[in-house]
Design a binder for this molecule. Structure first.
Ligand code: WTA
Length: 704
């Protein structure tokens, strides 16, 4: 368990380990920060000068134009409107031409199977993107058209996104773990004209027949009166098979590379019953479906970019909404490009020799901003990983770090907690000495996980950037800077450049000093979303109505006496016990502090006297047994960490927790389980729906 003094301790960065840091001290951060919020025009104007603008008004008029106050009319945000540019040109042509990075590796692709790998340079990426942009043109795709992309973590995913950006089409990437229903819903919402998908892929040893799911989605979409004309299919598994067959024929050697070996085995298995394993039947409609590779082979490697307005749409990315219907968050060209690039540069303290690896899937905003747009805008070399952390064993992450000599590593607390469960030995078997900066994103990180990441993974050498942000914000909002910010385990620390946070109470009054309440932002930063696709009114209501003049994050937050910000969890995950506001994240963190607990999720539960009470689900570490004594100990632990008001009424054993594909625990479902309500609504986004019945069976009907 983390002792209070340990949590309160400041973990100071060691600037000598990052001698060329962009922001070498807290004083430098403060100076730059002040300029960024007091003179955003000058600060971002300097950043904009590093990019290519086809037509720029001199000086920019106006550089920033907005209304953030719902009581004063329509909400709008415009950065550099009237200036013309192209994001793809800035990420590729500018780096290949002006910066002479044509031969630099843009991505090392590491497949699901160890040993399956490829790399692509900036020059090659530019040519492939141009080819695919021409393919899109040939299919009649024009500026402003929406294109849905449903692909696993392969290079074609980045190529497809950038090809859209090049011709001014709007991409809507749908995470390849989503169901046919979810894909169909997103296709219909944005009215896309074309779908890009792949034949199939492996996640660990599980085959995902993606094309079949895509076909189901297309059929559903047709049934709803929206038939698509074309589906472009990347031959991904098929391409491995072809490559293997060719190589086997060429030298007959099956023993050298692991993937080839596996394929050889599979080729042999072909003769046996298990031939379906590598050769799933790909459903095919010759009028509708066309192979990516066939289209690319005839396409020109040159394509003039479409010069877009800074405020033209760049992409739509769906995020879950409280109503249950996903919201199409829309980002635009100029502001998003500046923000993704700048936050990547400062938050990871990017240096030209870095090998950077973000383990997120591109299907989420983290992958958009910090695999595709941010790193490429900086000319960085990244690892793009198709697989999962536990395949073929739980040392995979560390072995990839050693293989590519990764210097900057960005992952999620849920992954850290998962790997923690496997113990230190597996980590220590690998060197990890290349690592310089570690990052986390997606949820509050509990101090135990933070300290494990810091001590075991980073060997107390690497600062941890705990980055708080959202799909809607486009990039980091609260975050340490690696060489400048003294860290506190579990705090996202201070605002990034251009970000003005505030904490307000229920009546919308700003709280000063030490305080807890709603986290809001006061003035626009370049990466903020501009609208919800096709529903500007919902955009205004969701983010700007509750507290006029502010963007509302939906997160609770505490500011401590040193001015550090601590995200306490979603406001909708807040609960009120006998008039006291409690955050579920806070209680979870207390439970995670116990040596027997590996995961915890807390939901609010109706209570006749207190209004609401705490119902806790806990997953135990291997070797621990769920008993009444343990439940009592856990209650005591929470009482001791937070106070008697937070004493849980229920503690339930949960062999695992229901999660979305991005690793978020679905508390909505846990609330229903706690109340024995089997009307669960849509559970198609769950990665492990099988756990639900078990959790119903384990319910605490009587208090422990
Ligand atoms: C949560 C992910 C605490 C938060 C980039 C936010 C975090 C939601 C952190 C957005 C963090 C993200 N500390 N909480 N470092 N990062 N969150 O849209 O509740 O998938 O509102 O974007 O994740 O999730 P989203």
């Amino acid at each position: 368990m983390v002792q209070p003094e340990e949590q309160a301790r400041l973990y100071r960065p060691r600037p000598e380990l990052l001698p060329a840091a962009h922001v070498p001290s807290l004083a430098d951060y403060r100076r730059l920060y002040r300029r960024s919020v007091e003179k955003p025009q000058e600060f971002w104007g300097d950043v904009a000068k590093e990019f290519y603008w086809k037509q720029q008004q001199q000086p920019w008029v106006p550089f920033l134009w907005y209304n953030f106050d719902a009581t004063k009319g329509r909400i709008f945000i415009e950065w550099m409107k009237g200036a013309k540019t192209n994001v793809c040109y800035n990420l590729l042509d500018r780096n290949v031409g002006e910066k002479k990075l044509g031969d630099k590796v843009a991505f090392y692709w590491e497949g699901n199977e160890p040993g399956d790998s490829m790399k692509i340079t900036y020059g090659e990426l530019l040519r492939k993107v141009c080819q695919f942009a021409n393919v899109l043109h040939n299919h009649g795709v024009k500026k402003g058209d929406r294109i849905s992309i449903y692909l696993p973590m392969i290079l074609e995913l980045v190529i497809a996104m950038l090809a859209c950006a090049r011709i001014g089409a709007i991409h809507s990437v749908v995470f390849a773990g989503f169901s046919a229903d979810s894909l169909c819903e997103r296709i219909l919402d944005c009215g896309c004209s074309l779908l890009i998908t792949a034949d199939a892929f492996y996640r660990g040893d599980k085959l995902v027949n993606l094309k079949q799911i895509a076909d189901e989605a297309l059929q559903k979409s047709k049934d709803k009166g929206f038939p698509l004309k074309k589906c472009i299919v990347v031959k991904h598994l098929g391409r491995e098979e072809i490559a293997a067959d060719e190589e086997i024929a060429a030298d007959g050697a099956c023993s050298q590379s692991p993937p080839l070996k596996r394929l050889c085995q599979d080729v042999q298995e072909k003769k046996t019953e298990s031939s379906q394993r590598l050769h799933p039947k790909i459903p095919w409609d010759p009028h509708m479906d066309v192979w990516w590779q066939d289209l690319m082979s005839g396409a020109s490697t040159e394509c003039e970019p479409e010069w877009c307005d800074s405020e033209d749409e760049l992409f739509i990315l769906y995020t879950s909404g409280s109503t249950g219907k996903p919201k199409g968050v829309l980002h635009t060209v100029g502001g998003y490009m500046l923000y993704a690039a700048t936050s990547f540069k400062y938050v990871f303290d990017y240096q030209p020799e870095d090998i950077y690896w973000c383990t997120a899937d591109i299907g989420w905003i983290t992958g958009h901003s910090y695999i595709t747009y941010g790193p490429l805008a900086n000319g960085a070399t990244s690892v793009l990983f198709e697989g999962i952390p536990t395949y073929p064993d739980a040392g995979r992450m560390w072995s990839i770090i050693d293989k590519y000599k990764v210097t900057k590593f960005y992952t999620a607390p849920t992954a850290i907690r998962l790997l923690m469960k496997y113990g230190e030995e597996l980590v220590k078997k690998h060197s990890r000495k290349s690592l310089k900066v570690l990052g986390t994103v997606g949820e509050p990180i509990n101090p135990e996980a933070w300290l494990w990441y810091y001590r075991v993974v980073g060997e107390e050498r690497c600062p941890i950037v705990d980055t708080f942000w959202q799909t809607e914000t486009g990039g980091h909002m609260l975050t340490p800077l690696p060489a400048a910010t003294p860290m506190k385990p579990g705090s996202a620390t201070f605002p990034f450049f251009g970000v003005v946070p505030a904490i307000v109470n229920e009546s919308g009054e700003e709280l000063e000093g030490e305080a807890e309440g709603y986290l809001v932002f006061k003035q626009p930063w370049p990466g903020i979303m501009r609208t919800l696709y096709g529903n500007h009114q919902q955009f205004e209501t969701t983010y700007f109505k509750k507290f006029p003049g502010y963007y509302v994050t939906g997160d609770g937050c505490r500011r401590d006496k040193d001015g550090y910000y601590w995200i306490t969890g979603r406001i909708d995950d807040m609960l009120n016990v006998s008039g006291h506001l409690l955050s579920t994240a806070e209680v979870e963190s207390a439970l995670l502090g116990h040596a027997a607990v590996s995961e915890a999720a807390v939901v609010s539960h109706p209570h006749p006297l207190k209004g609401e009470c705490l119902y806790c689900f806990v997953t135990l570490k291997d070797g621990h047994e769920f008993t009444k004594d343990l439940a009592d100990e856990l209650k005591k632990q929470v009482r001791e960490k937070i106070g008697p008001i937070a004493t849980p009424d229920y503690i339930q054993n949960a062999p695992s927790l229901p999660k979305t594909r991005s690793g978020k625990i679905t508390r909505r479902i846990l609330r229903k389980i706690a109340q024995n309500d089997r009307d669960l609504g849509d559970i198609s986004t769950l990665v492990n729906p099988g756990i639900i019945n078990q959790l119903f069976n384990n319910r605490c009907d009587t208090k422990l």
